[in-house]
Design a protein around this ligand. Structure first.
Ligand SMILES: [Zn+2]
Length: 268
């Protein structure tokens, strides 16, 4: 009898929400404050070759400003990756990772495509450059997990006219493991004078008991760990070979499957 359901996020939560902001502009400071106030986590995709400018954050503040969030790559100088040579792609990604890692103090494993553009060649190169996921700018209006993390289409841009409708739909969503993935640039809030929009979104989206607030890479690690679970043939035992705790539903209860451990599921 099939009693196991794969419908739990971290701590057995029903839904997950993640934010993704590009370019490392100084308005990130205000955005991070709004996220922190509401317990929301985000990933910040930075061009390490373009930092320390008038309109950007500085390399020295990265570790403290984005503490608790994720520092992620966005290429060294923001080119159209599909228009440059393979050697340039390597340089743009690896050098961005190296500089960001120096600044934030941990391996940088994710990115978003500069300008949101790419081709198959670029996608194929990313695993060799240590990149686990790459966000596009193609909003789906959906809460599904990506087909593949190297082409991770977000749910919506923050200016989506249906943003609040989508959030309501997400919060009522019955389909297992819904993920709301919002993206944008924080300078847009100044340009369009609509900081109230993101403040309202974070207030409505934050503080929900059934929602996991995660960075992009945490979502990646969780889903990857869930897919890596090794069950015994009768499904009474499960081994989690990863470094990430995951939860599954067994007999209608969420059960923690600790990282690196063998767990017995009831007594069949
Ligand atoms: Zn960008």
């Amino acid at each position: 009898m099939d009693k196991i359901r794969f419908d739990c996020w971290k701590d057995g939560k029903k839904r997950a929400l993640t934010m993704s902001y590009d370019d490392g502009v100084f308005q990130d400071r205000r955005l991070v404050e709004i996220f922190n106030k509401n317990g929301i986590k985000g990933s910040f995709h930075l061009n390490s070759g373009l930092l320390d400018r008038e309109n950007t954050v500085s390399a020295t503040e990265i570790a403290t400003l984005y503490a608790g969030h994720e520092v992620s790559a966005h290429s060294l100088t923001h080119p159209f990756l599909e228009r440059v040579s393979a050697a340039e792609v390597v340089h743009e990604i690896l050098e961005d990772r190296r500089l960001l890692e120096n600044a934030c103090g941990y391996p940088v494993r994710g990115m978003s495509y500069p300008m949101g553009t790419y081709n198959d060649e670029v996608v194929k190169m990313l695993p060799m450059l240590g990149i686990k996921y790459a966000r596009t700018t193609k909003a789906t209006g959906k809460f599904a997990l990506p087909n593949q993390f190297l082409e991770w289409h977000p749910t919506a841009h923050h200016n989506d006219e249906k943003l609040f409708e989508l959030l309501e739909k997400f919060q009522a969503q019955k389909y297992p493991m819904p993920l709301f993935y919002l993206w944008g640039h924080s300078y847009e809030f100044d340009r369009q004078d609509n900081w109230d929009r993101i403040e309202k979104f974070c207030e409505l989206a934050g503080g929900k008991e059934d929602t996991w607030y995660a960075t992009n890479i945490e979502i990646y690690d969780y889903v990857t760990a869930l897919r890596a679970l090794e069950f015994s043939a009768d499904r009474s035992m499960v081994y989690n070979p990863t470094a990430t705790d995951v939860w599954v539903r067994y007999d209608h209860e969420s059960v923690k499957i600790p990282a690196g451990k063998l767990t017995r599921l009831g007594t069949n």
